[in-house]
Every structure is written in structure tokens, then in C-alpha cells.
Design a binder for this molecule. Structure first.
Ligand code: GLC
Length: 648
């Protein structure tokens, strides 16, 4: 499309909606300078559609309308964020994911809990899915039946708005999900499709018989092989097969139909105008399907995400996008955007590789696999950032590359078997009490469920009434948290982990949950238990205080902002891993001993700072450490870590 034609379309729509004049200039600048990018992206998906020009104009209209609807307070917040530079790279951000009902009861109770979160240092709140979803067949809310109505279990949209207000007043941030890949089979579109409405059948991938499903399933990995094998389900009412990659009640949306993208973009911009600061795009790797492929990470999936990102940058620029792509390390990287689209796809991605590698190191007392993988992880572009975490609501996948496991000298198959046995509760000598999730007998794949505390051994230690083991598990919890809080990116805690919740097995008595053992690590918070965080010496006190201290250290040192300033240190002891972060005249060495034994590390690792100082300041306990000679050693207790600051 010629620029003159494009500009005339934009001006015609804007003029008709009174979007003109100085007040709207920044928006018009964004729209005009990015209009051709939107057009280019959309044409790559739909240029063959007869009504492509109409589709493009409708998308533009949607973007312009969303800008018009944006509340003045959000426009102001957009500007403030812009002035901060890339606001989400800040060391001041610390997040927590939580289920509203299991954490606070409902949305109207949430504002009362903000002081508690602020006291810990959390200022970014990720609410697990809160939009309408059928009870029982909800996948924890990831099967949405209405994207605009808050589920009555949690409250109302007004409650959500008032929570957002409270957050904004406290200078906190809100994150929610858009479940982009699929809807519930109870969604209005699915219901109409089931009643035979062809227009809505085209919102999904529906087939009269098994011919295409059989062919596609040959190359599509199964996501939930135990509870929902295969990738297609038969719907009796419709008398058709429908694609359902996750559970059979989660129907995959057909993004080859532009009406689907339009409807989802509309919802995304609606969420932006609710004041959402970070939008978590659920399962983006799956949004485009093609026969003969795994139907994951396809180029068109990236085009859709880039289109969404550019639309958001134009209409509601304060909202950052997090892509929940839990895929192979090299592929995760692609979600930050490549080439022209670098930093214009997802602003944030889960550092799922690092998370799994920390569990690998904890189970093996060997950090070399973690170190080897950093050559991939460090390729993240400057300007985007990671969500770093130890646990979330999902299982732990051991999705790192075989190549590095081999490089370290292990057999990938046996190595993974060991990790599954150690963490998944199959090894009697292991302190961990987790369980295997998604066991696929055809491929022998499995992932791991369990809370941070249980996987770190607290559950078994309490059962054994062993003070030594309890202490060791607390040390492990804090080591895992420290490693992820001090890395480049936003730490995202999972509720309950802040004071050591162990597995909750009550899900087994609930028919809507018992088929999914991820519920064992999604606790119902007993607020009486949280009082224990004030009882000196209690487990809860030690975990909470330790975490609070780590967060405080991160927040008070700009060296922890994500300026792509992480440099991993050469390994001198396979149980100790470390990185150095440098910013302005400060350098911090973060060193972690993943071994149950005391360890020693040569002072040689501090050679780069010797010309400036002979002393390191330990931020963990405000003590000074003198740098010894190369042949001398810094001593580590089991699972100890150091955060050593040098001012140059
Ligand atoms: C994401 C969610 C997970 C859910 C799946 C399907 O991976 O994190 O909990 O089961 O998407 O929506």
C-alpha cells in the first residue's frame, strides 16, 4: 500500500472520530509512523482474503477506538512510563503470581492484602485468570467462557477496577492473562459452533472426520497425555472433531480467520484500558497450526504477536507484553522479536530454561549445565527482559538442550531420569517430595509438580522432625530465590512460597482437580499461618525475612536493573556458580553453592577488582570480606550464597 493511500485512510478514520489537533499528536505520530508496519504484518497473514482492505481498516478502527476510550489517568501513566525509559527493566520491580480466591477469597478482599505484599517488597501483582470459566472444566481459569465478565467466584469487573485503582495509588502494577490460543467449549462462539453456526465453526478448527486430525497428530506433541491424550476431541452435538491441544474442553482458536484476531485484539485493548500494566499472553507458541509441523513456534505465531505488540504500542503504550512461551531455549529467545522486530514482539518472557537449570543444579550439586546454557540465555536483546522464577502455578519442564548435558559429560536420557526421580518423589533418598506430571509413556517425557518448599525438602524434614534438615531446606529455598532474584529480569514469586508452604494434597478430593496434580502446589492460604512470619525462629519467619532481605538488596542497588549486565564467572568448583553484574562504578559478585557440603572457591575469581580494592562488602549480612591470594579460598557453608559488592 502506498503511503499516501495509507495516510488518507488513517486521516479519514481519525477525522470522523474527532481525533485531530495538538492534544492527539503523540498518538497520531505513533499511528502514522507504524501504520505501514501494521499493514505489512497483517498482509502476511491475510493478503489472500478477498476483503483484506476492509479487515485492515477494521483493525485500524479498533486501535483508534481503544485510544479514544483510554482514561486520562492511564494516558498520564503511559507518559510517566515513557519518561522512565524502559520501565520494566527497573530493579524496583518484584512480582507475585496468585489465585485471588485461594489467596484472599475474592477481588474485594485483595486491596486489604496489598500492605502485606508491599511489606515483602512485591509491587507487581499477577492475578491468575479471573474471567468467567466453567467450574470443574476450567484448567485453573485457562478455559475462558467470557473474556469480559469476571467470574462470580472472584467478584465483578467493578471489583477489578477498584483493585487496579488501589494498586495505582500505591504505585504498584497489575498483570493479568489473555488466553489467546483457545476458549472454553462453553464460550459463546463454541456454543454457537456446536449449534451448527458455520460462521462460528470457522472460529475453531473443526473437521467432519478423523482424516486431517490423524495426519496432524503424527507431528503434534501431546500437552496433557495423561488427562487429555491427543490434540483433537469429538463433539457429539456438532458431530465434528475439533482441535483441542490442551484439555478436550479447551478449543483452539483458528487464527487463519481474521475475525478471530480482530476479536482477540479487541479484548487485549479492553484489558489495556482496565489499567493492566503487563499482559501475560498465555501459550503464544501454539497460536498457529500447520500440517506436518509440531504446530508450535511457527513464523505466523510471531507475526500475530508482532501485530498485537505494534497495535498496543500505538493505542495503549504503557502496557507491556509477556509471552508465556515455555519452549526450547533457542526458541524462547525468538519471542523477543528478531531483526526489525527486536524488542517489538514480547517485552518479557519466562526464563524457563534458567528455572529448570536451577532445579537441575539443586538435584545434582553440579552447576555446569546451568553455566553451559548461558550462552543461549544471554542472547536476550537489551531492552527486553526476563521473568525469573523458581516456581509458578505450572509444572517444571526439563526442556533444556541435550547438547549441553552431553557437553558436561552426562547422558541426556539418564540425566533427565535422575532429575525426575530426585524431584518427582521416586528416589527414596531424595529430600524432595514432588510428583511427576504429564507422564507420556510413548516418549517417556514427564514434568514435575510440587511447591518450592516441598521440592527443597521442607515437607520431608518436617515429617522427620529433623531440625537439621529443616534448616537445610530453608537454606535451599533462599538459595533458589536468591539466584533468580539477583539475575537480570523481574523476579516473579509464587504465592505461598514466601513463607514456605508445602504441598497441599486436598485437590485429590475434588473431582474437578484430582486429574491434575499441579493443584498440589496451588495452596489455599491460611492467614493464621501467615502470622508466624512474625514469630522469630519459625520456618515462616526465616523464609519470609530471608526473602524480604533479598528483595531489599535488589531494590536498593541499580546494578540489579536489567541492562544486559550479567557476566557469568568461569567455573572453579562445579558446585558453585556465579555471575558478576556491573553498572556505573559498582560491581556485584553473586555466588551460589548448590552443594549439601561445604565448598571452597579460589579468590582468583575476584581478580578483576583487585586493582581497586582488597575488600568486598557482603550485602547478605553487611560484613566485609578480605580478598585473599589466588591459592587461598573463600569458604561456603552448604547451600550458602554471597552477594559481594565492590565500588570502583
Ligand atoms: C499455560 C498455562 C497453563 C495452562 C495452559 C493452557 O501454559 O500456564 O496453566 O494449562 O497454558 O491454557
Amino acid at each position: 500500500m502506498k503511503n499516501s493511500t495509507l495516510f488518507s485512510i488513517i486521516h479519514t478514520i481519525c477525522d470522523s472520530k474527532e481525533v485531530k489537533g495538538k492534544k492527539h499528536q503523540p498518538f497520531l505520530d505513533r499511528l502514522i509512523s507504524n501504520g505501514h508496519v501494521l499493514h505489512f504484518l497483517l498482509s502476511q497473514l491475510y493478503s489472500k482474503k478477498e476483503n483484506f482492505d476492509t479487515i485492515f481498516s477494521e483493525m485500524l478502527e479498533l486501535i483508534i477506538d481503544s485510544y479514544i476510550e483510554r482514561h486520562p489517568s492511564l494516558l498520564k501513566r503511559d507518559q510517566e512510563k515513557e519518561q522512565k525509559g524502559t520501565w520494566f527493566l527497573s530493579n524496583d520491580l518484584v512480582g507475585m503470581s496468585l489465585y485471588v480466591d485461594r489467596f484472599a477469597g475474592n477481588l474485594s478482599e485483595m486491596p486489604k492484602k496489598l500492605d502485606y505484599l508491599q511489606n515483602l517488597g512485591v509491587n507487581l501483582l499477577h492475578l491468575m485468570p479471573i474471567f468467567e470459566s466453567p467450574e470443574g472444566a476450567s484448567d485453573g481459569g485457562y478455559a475462558v467462557s467470557n473474556y469480559r465478565v469476571v467470574d462470580k467466584r472472584f467478584g465483578t469487573i467493578e471489583d477489578l477496577k477498584s483493585l487496579q485503582q488501589s494498586l495505582q495509588e500505591k504505585n504498584m502494577y497489575l498483570m493479568i492473562d489473555i488466553v489467546l490460543n483457545h476458549t472454553s467449549n462453553q464460550h459463546e462462539w463454541a456454543q454457537k459452533a456446536r449449534q451448527g453456526d458455520v460462521y462460528y465453526q470457522d472460529f475453531y478448527y473443526t473437521y467432519n472426520d478423523r482424516t486431517i486430525p490423524d495426519q496432524m497428530e503424527k507431528t503434534m506433541p501431546e500437552v496433557f497425555p495423561e488427562s487429555s491424550p491427543g490434540s483433537f476431541s469429538y463433539d457429539e452435538k456438532m458431530n465434528k472433531w475439533v482441535m483441542s491441544v490442551f484439555h478436550n474442553y479447551q478449543w483452539d482458536l483458528n487464527f487463519t480467520n481474521p475475525q478471530v484476531l480482530k476479536a482477540m485484539l479487541d479484548t487485549i485493548l479492553f484489558y489495556a484500558n482496565l489499567g493492566v500494566d503487563v499482559l501475560r499472553i498465555d501459550a503464544p507458541a501454539f497460536i498457529w497450526k500447520q500440517m506436518g509441523t509440531t504446530c508450535q513456534n511457527l513464523p505466523e505465531a510471531h507475526i500475530i504477536l508482532q501485530f498485537i505488540k505494534i497495535a498496543v504500542e500505538i493505542a495503549t503504550p504503557g502496557m507491556a507484553i509477556l509471552g508465556e512461551a515455555i519452549v526450547a531455549p533457542k526458541q524462547i529467545m525468538e519471542y523477543f522479536g528478531k531483526g526489525f522486530f527486536t524488542n517489538h514482539e514480547c517485552d518479557l518472557a519466562y526464563n524457563a530454561t534458567q528455572m529448570a537449570l536451577q532445579w537441575d543444579a539443586l538435584a545434582t550439586a553440579d552447576t555446569r549445565n546451568m553455566l553451559a546454557n548461558q550462552s543461549v540465555i544471554l542472547q536476550k536483546p537489551l531492552g527486553s527482559t526476563w521473568i525469573n522464577y523458581t516456581r509458578c502455578h505450572d509444572d517444571i519442564g526439563l526442556g533444556f538442550e541435550d547438547y549441553y548435558i552431553e557437553q558436561v559429560g552426562y547422558n541426556p536420557y539418564l540425566h533427565r531420569e535422575y532429575l525426575k526421580n530426585y524431584l518427582g518423589g521416586r528416589l527414596i533418598t531424595s529430600p524432595s517430595s514432588g510428583d511427576l506430571f504429564g507422564v507420556n509413556p510413548k516418549t517417556n517425557d514427564a514434568r514435575i509438580s510440587g511447591t518450592l518448599a516441598s521440592l527443597c525438602g521442607l515437607e520431608k524434614a518436617i515429617q522427620k522432625e529433623s531440625a537439621k534438615d529443616i534448616q537445610e531446606s530453608i537454606d535451599k529455598i533462599l538459595l533458589m530465590q536468591a539466584n533468580s532474584i539477583l539475575l537480570g529480569g523481574i523476579p516473579m514469586l509464587f504465592y505461598g512460597d514466601e513463607f514456605g508452604y508445602t504441598n497441599d494434597y486436598s485437590y485429590l478430593e475434588d473431582a474437578g482437580k484430582s486429574y491434575d496434580n499441579r493443584w498440589m502446589h496451588r495452596p489455599i492460604i491460611d492467614w493464621k499461618k501467615t502470622l508466624k512470619i512474625k514469630q522469630k525462629g519459625s520456618v515462616e519467619y526465616q523464609v519470609f525475612k530471608g526473602l524480604q532481605n533479598l528483595i531489599q538488596i535488589r531494590k536498593s542497588n541499580t546494578v540489579f536493573a536489567d541492562n544486559n549486565n550479567v557476566e557469568w564467572l568461569e567455573s572453579h568448583n562445579r558446585s558453585i556458580v556465579g555471575f558478576k553484574r556491573t553498572w556505573e562504578r559498582k560491581q556485584v559478585f553473586c555466588l551460589f553453592n548448590y552443594s549439601p557440603e561445604p565448598q571452597e572457591l579460589t579468590y582468583y575469581v575476584f581478580n578483576s577488582v583487585r586493582p581497586y580494592t582488597q575488600e568486598l562488602y557482603n550485602l547478605c549480612d553487611a560484613s566485609n570480606i578480605k580478598i585473599g591470594k589466588d591459592k587461598e579460598h573463600l569458604s561456603f557453608k552448604p547451600y550458602q550464597f554471597y552477594i559481594l559488592l565492590v565500588e570502583m
